[in-house]
Design a protein around this ligand. Structure first.
Ligand SMILES: *Cc1c(COP(=O)(O)O)cnc(C)c1O
Length: 382
């Protein structure tokens, strides 16, 4: 059977077929991206009566006829026009894409629904994942749903509620005294030893495809239009890269003909490798020595997707800004106080970033701005 998609290295352009479960490029160690053939009739399916999930976009996803997705109803989250918050920040057309309502409480559900689906289709019985927290909860839940085992490697500093959710879904949890990079090394050696599938961010190409549905959904919720700007709290980078990939695919298929939006990354002052590399005009990061911030998902000192993120920011005419933990807390309380959104600290960071970008004139008052709240706040409370 002819493959519906192929894999193309994001750095050297090398290609391979989609047999089995791929990792990074064999030639240069950089992430593969999924490439689809021209497919003019690609369109979303009608929302099923049982609800609106990201699988409505399966025509844009790596799924063959007859394959069944591992799904818990992820996606279909609200895009909230936030006029009260917008007034406070000087943004007349502010929208918050609220990913908190996803199964397992974060947008990680999208990526892991897709990646666990592909892993199971490739015959995987055992999964391994390093996490700053939410990817571990999502892996645990989707593995359980698929009837396979998951081993999750998380830093000891992960919020305790998140750790207990990982256990509650029945994953084997390994606590690492270190950051997500150390967890990644542990997960990789475990996976190599056991023959488990390693689902680390961008070490396989499918989590990104699931995250891409965030961009497809934003465009659809704006009536198949792009916003002027997207503000995203970037850690590993799959959200930022995935939203951009969605917008590019929508343009390439002429489903949306607007100008592509500017993409902005927000990081925490205590871990801002992308912000530093962007300011210095570099095309990759140097590892951030001692990452610290309350926004656990942003504690990624050396993201594998650094080149891709920096390319998205520059190609889109965007930028990167860092915010303090105090501003992150204020951003999250603003979301609750003015819009009744229970934002994760990472969402608080994105809001704080949008405020700074407006103050610095990088966002105009009339811009249609989408800020991503990537997860639910309750997971971070004791
Ligand atoms: C993982 C995570 C992030 C960072 O996402 P990337 O797409 O990997 O940059 C941001 N917010 C939350 C809540 C997360 O769980």
């Amino acid at each position: 059977m002819a493959e519906l998609w192929t894999l193309e290295c994001s750095a050297c352009g090398g290609t391979r077929d989609a047999q089995g479960f791929p990792t990074v490029c064999e030639q240069c160690g950089q992430p593969y991206l999924v490439r689809y053939p021209e497919w003019p009739e690609r369109r979303p399916s009608a929302p099923p009566e049982t609800g609106w999930s990201m699988w409505r976009y399966s025509a844009w996803l790596p799924l063959r006829h007859g394959e069944t997705p591992v799904t818990l109803g992820e996606g279909g989250t609200p895009l909230r026009e936030s006029t009260r918050l917008g007034r406070r920040y000087g943004l007349d057309r502010l929208f918050v894409k609220d990913e908190g309502p996803n199964p397992t409480g974060s947008f990680k559900a999208r990526g892991l629904s897709m990646a666990v689906t592909r892993a199971v289709c490739a015959g995987a019985r055992e999964l391994a994942v390093p996490t700053a927290g939410n990817a571990g909860v999502a892996t645990a839940a989707y593995a359980r749903c698929a009837g396979v085992t998951a081993r999750v490697f998380a830093p000891a500093t992960t919020p305790s509620k998140i750790l207990s959710e990982i256990r509650r879904y029945g994953a084997e949890l390994v606590i690492i005294d270190g950051h997500i990079g150390d967890c990644g090394r542990a997960a990789r050696s475990y996976a190599a030893e056991r023959g488990a599938v390693d689902l680390s961010t961008l070490r396989e190409p499918y989590r990104l495809e699931g995250k891409k549905t965030l961009g497809l959904e934003i465009a659809e919720q704006l009536g198949w239009h792009f916003p002027d700007a997207v503000v995203y709290p970037a850690g590993g980078g799959t959200g930022l890269i995935g939203i951009w990939k969605a917008f590019q695919e929508l343009r390439a298929s002429r489903w949306v003909t607007d100008e592509l939006p500017r993409m902005f990354a927000v990081q925490a002052e205590g871990c801002a490798p992308i912000v530093r590399a962007f300011r210095e005009g570099l095309d990759r990061c140097t590892p951030w020595p001692e990452p610290h911030t309350i926004a656990a998902g942003l504690r990624v000192p050396a993201p594998l997707g650094d080149r891709l993120m920096l390319r998205v920011l520059r190609d889109s005419g965007g930028a990167a800004v860092a915010v303090s933990d105090a501003a992150i807390i204020e951003g999250a309380s603003d979301a609750l106080d003015h819009e009744e959104i229970d934002a994760a600290p990472e969402g608080g960071a994105a809001l704080a970033g949008a405020r700074i970008l407006r103050e610095h004139g990088l966002l105009a008052a009339g811009d249609r701005v989408v800020v991503c709240n990537t997860g639910a706040g309750w997971l971070y409370r004791a």
